[in-house]
Design a binder for this molecule. Structure first.
Ligand SMILES: [Zn+2]
Length: 473
């Protein structure tokens, strides 16, 4: 009987570009955490992802391609759901912000915030970055451009819009961060968001005139407006759980853990939290923030022609190799840098020559002496669990690597290939048991590899007919 419930969600990517490796890392991290919760802690897990489909950016793209926005979104949503197979993901919930249920939930969320006095109408003039779908303050701009979209001109906008009383929640947000020092991981990002909130919050616009941009969810009390895309999209984290009508499931799984990139820090850790406070719902459990992945010191971009896609990585390193190599770059920390050369080196060192070679050698020797071992459950060590419970995924992976090299050293010291009889069998038995432990800890990270190791190290140990990770030339 599974009694504990656990909920984790990624952000929802916009459907205007193919999934990049930054999002691949984000969803793999969520998958590792979900599998750990389910397979090792035996909890009941909801793992949510999906697609963010409203807003001006999508409207423009669809119009450029002479498509109805919904038709355009359908094509992209299927590309994102194909990631499931590509990266062997275990998400069991996939929300699209154009789903009928989500639309109703977003409208109900609006009604609740309005009833609680946090939505009002006012004149509005701002510099708006269509790339971010966000208004920008002067202090955020670099040479009068959005630093994330330096090639795009900011739009100057004035219209009468609905606003959300973000400023009202300054103290409550600071209290939330104070009460829960792990609310945002890593600590440097918590410091950053705290500084942003301490600087004073400005109410933000949460609607647009439908006649200017119709591609959004209608404001329930005013049909001339549609909701600002973020106000609608953030509600997905609870609409996917069945909020508002399925209170039983919502209360069982909320609050949850949210994984995001650093460009989403403000939306996840401040805006969404203020919205939850306004609706008198619990705040998220924890926000896990990734840095950006660059290539050779540069931003990955189409124009620079240096984009590494998840598909290319899977073709070269296999699914588990890709999962491993992305997590190996670092999780919930600073920016990282990648090249195929560096990935090849890590693949050969840690996978081909590391765990792959170790398992092959031991299995072959054990088969030769006819070694029989029993399958051992609950092998995961407390040290490993502590790292995983703390979402230190990269450190947990290093911990497994250390276990692999310790076992290599054990074999070099005990030289079973020079021994025979009982002595040889004892050394190999110890080695096989350690490999079972390693396989158990690999389950969340490399599920297929873990399964193959467990199959060969159960009962009569069997040599591998094909290596787990063929060496790259
Ligand atoms: Zn921007």
């Amino acid at each position: 009987m599974k009694d504990k419930k656990f909920y984790i969600t990624t952000t929802l990517p916009y459907v205007n570009a193919a999934p990049h490796i930054g999002f691949a890392l984000e969803i793999i991290e969520a998958d590792i955490i979900a599998r750990y919760q389910e397979k090792i802690l035996n909890n009941e897990v909801i793992f949510n992802t999906g697609t963010d489909e409203h807003g001006q950016k999508i409207w423009q793209k669809a119009t450029e391609q002479n498509k109805a926005p919904k038709e355009y979104c359908d094509e992209w949503a299927s590309k994102f759901s194909e990631l499931k197979k590509l990266l062997n993901l275990s998400f069991n919930y996939f929300v699209r912000t154009t789903d009928e249920h989500h639309i109703q939930a977003a409208q109900e969320f609006w009604n609740v915030c309005e009833k609680n006095g946090d939505i009002y109408k006012a004149k509005y003039q701002v510099k708006y970055c269509v790339g971010c779908e966000m208004a920008k303050t002067e202090s955020e701009l670099v040479e009068n451009h959005c630093p994330l979209h330096p090639n795009q001109e900011l739009e100057l906008r004035e219209e009468e819009n609905y606003f959300f009383r973000f400023s009202k929640y300054t103290e409550a947000l600071l209290a939330l961060y104070e009460k829960n020092p792990n609310f945002v991981k890593p600590a440097s990002r918590l410091k950053e968001i705290k500084a942003f909130v301490e600087n004073g919050l400005t109410d933000f616009s949460i609607s647009r005139l439908k006649e200017k941009m119709p591609w959004g969810i209608e404001v329930p009390s005013d049909k001339a407006h549609v909701m600002y895309v973020w106000f609608d999209a953030l509600v997905n984290y609870i609409s996917t759980l069945g909020w508002p009508e399925n209170q039983e499931q919502f209360n069982a799984f909320w609050p949850g853990v949210q994984v995001a990139g650093k460009d989403n820090l403000r939306q996840q850790a401040a805006m969404w939290q203020a919205m939850l406070l306004s609706a008198k719902l619990n705040n998220s459990k924890q926000i896990l923030i990734n840095g950006f992945i660059g290539v050779n010191g540069q931003k990955m971009s189409k124009s620079l022609g240096n984009v590494i896609t998840p598909t290319e990585m899977v073709e070269r390193y296999g699914i588990d190799g890709t999962r491993y190599l992305l997590v190996n770059l670092g999780t919930f920390g600073e920016d990282s840098d990648v090249t195929f050369e560096k990935l090849d080196i890590a693949y050969n060192a840690n996978l081909a020559n590391g765990v792959g070679n170790l398992c092959s050698r031991v299995a072959k020797m054990a088969e030769q002496v006819g070694l029989v071992i029993s399958q051992n459950e609950n092998l995961v060590t407390e040290d490993f669990k502590n790292l995983m419970n703390n979402f230190d995924l990269n450190e947990a992976l290093s911990y497994i690597n250390t276990e692999v090299s310790n076992l290599d050293k054990f074999l070099a010291t005990n030289t079973p290939w020079k021994k025979d009889g009982e002595e040889k069998k004892q050394i190999l038995l110890t080695a096989c048991q350690k490999i079972q432990t390693i396989a158990a800890m690999l389950i969340p990270f490399m599920p297929e590899t873990a399964k193959k190791i467990q199959e060969n190290f159960d009962g009569s140990v069997k040599a591998f007919s094909i290596g787990l990770f063929p060496r790259l030339a």
